[in-house]
Ligand binder design. Sequence first.
Ligand code: LLP
Length: 433
Amino acid sequence: MMLLSENITRAPDGTLLFAGQSVPALAERYGTPLYLMDEERIRQNCRRYTATFRECFGEDALPVYASKAASFRQMYRIAAEEGLGADVVSAGEIHTALTAGFPAEKLFFHGDGKTDADIHYAVSERVGFFVVDNPEELEQLAREAARQGIRQKVLLRITPGIDPHTYKAVTTGTVDVKFGVPMETGQAFAFVKQALGLPALEVRGLHCHVGSQVFDETVFEDCVDVMTAFMARLKRELGYETGMLNLGGGYGVRYLDTDRRVDIPARIRSVAARLKARCEELDLSLPFFVMEPGRSIVADAGMTVYTVSSVKRIPGYKYYVVVDGGMADNPRYCLYGAPYTVLHADRETAFYAVYDLAGRCCESGDIIQPTVKLPDDTRRGDHIAVCTTGAYNYSMASNYNRLGRPPVVMLRDGESCLAVRRETLEDLTALDC
Ligand code: LLP
């Protein structure tokens, strides 16, 4: 029987299976806390984008993996093998990608706070595209490119003024956010004009990103409408034809059984149809098409496994299951109130109780997920699985309380291997002088 996602099932004896492999056996072999990643699922998720892009746009489109969702070398290797570009937001992500053999020309360097050092490094490494966030960055990048004697390809990040109706911390398209340059105030038009006047920059096109975990069916079509209207104005008033349009990432994934399933190929087809129609109406040539999925590439390919340390039953109040990880390896409930499906990995039962799944960090707010149903006899030593943790868990993990970050283990064809090893006590003091 499938639980939440096709890659989560149970063996006849009740043991939880992930990508067909026994979760308790993996926990025994690698220790806990443990991040598991289903490699086949990652590849299938990539192929939903590559196949549909090809179907809609032929060779004139590229899905770009937003590597902030999960950044370690093996992920860049998989993205490269599957023919995706990569969105990177720091020298650290660029370094990780390049040392994994990822082609520099397929990197898109994002971020609203790029420093002079970042810009110098990325230009030196010949990163394919800068997605320029603001006028100061634009000027600095032009200086750096001129100094290094190259013409740097750029996309300009525009804020289209669209609310994706997702949670506030990940909304990025409304006029008042800290990202990009807003259209509504006239600043975006001036930004494009400024960029076109800088000979060291090749202005390839425009970028926008409205938010993450988006279920709203028309958000990306709305983006197309707003962006193509802007492109038409650029053509009319500046004689500039937008060569590339990047609509960012954001498709939502299922954390709970009650979440809808986003049919990504169908959504992309509809966005493509809208783009083609608008370009025709407005007499624009069809731009090279880019999207930047992160969560929908890796989220449902991940699972975190813990071992129970204690079960605390406070009669008349609350029951807790305390595990050997917590907000250090998964801060998303603490930050966003994010929902998760929690399963007992060792067995099923007819008798359940309701617990808060608590972490081991020294603060009361360290809850991985409140009010979860687990067997009433859950006890120390049992294994607990938290599903859909492939995105923004390892990448947002910290060493709070000097906890070592868990390893990432890739599962493929019945085999498992380390993609990132567990941090040791020596790793934790390696930087201390
Ligand atoms: N492109 C840009 C410019 C972005 O800022 C993001 C995500 C993406 C693409 C990928 O979006 P996705 O397909 O993953 O939704 N830490 C938060 C999510 C932050 C998203 C940041 N930007 C979380 O854990 O929910």
